[in-house]
Design a protein. Structure first.
Length: 153
């Protein structure tokens, strides 16, 4: 990959506080019930990284094709991999994906496809946007970047 920075990188993490901050300049975001993931795309190459710097690609084989179809050719995103169930986001289905057998992961990917929800654009083309203020960083505004279609099995 030839991006402004290469994986793995440490994601920015929330900090625990005793009180909710108040005043101007604060933004609040929903807690997604998913796996934190950074997506690196350079042309046909897509790499999905976990918050603990490990690759997630093998557990979500349905995502790279959808990410290639929906993302700019060269970018790095911060977000979460989620699985939508009939009653909302389904974290239990997500946990089932962390399975040693590739054949089982493939079946689960067809039955309960994952999606990627992005909330920050960290790099675009040759620009590293990590130091830019959020309002000026061409933020993703919670794209629903990649949702493969359900396939019957």
């Amino acid at each position: 990959m030839n991006l402004p920075f290469e994986p793995p990188i440490e994601p920015m993490l929330a900090k625990l506080t005793d009180e909710i901050p108040t005043g101007a300049g604060w933004q609040y975001e929903p807690k997604w019930d998913g796996f934190r993931a950074l997506v690196f795309r350079d042309g046909e190459d897509v790499f999905i990284q976990s918050r603990d710097l490990r690759p997630l690609d093998r557990y979500f084989p349905e995502l790279p094709l959808a990410l290639r179809a929906n993302l700019p050719d060269r970018c790095v995103l911060d977000g979460e991999v989620v699985i939508a169930g009939p009653d909302g986001l389904d974290f239990d289905s997500l946990l089932l994906r962390i399975h040693p057998a590739a054949s089982r992961v493939k079946v689960l990917a067809a039955q309960t496809p994952a999606s990627y929800v992005a909330w920050d654009l960290l790099a675009f083309d040759d620009r590293d946007l990590r130091a830019a203020p959020q309002a000026n960083a061409a933020s993703c505004s919670r794209w629903r970047c990649a949702t493969p279609r359900r396939r019957s099995t």
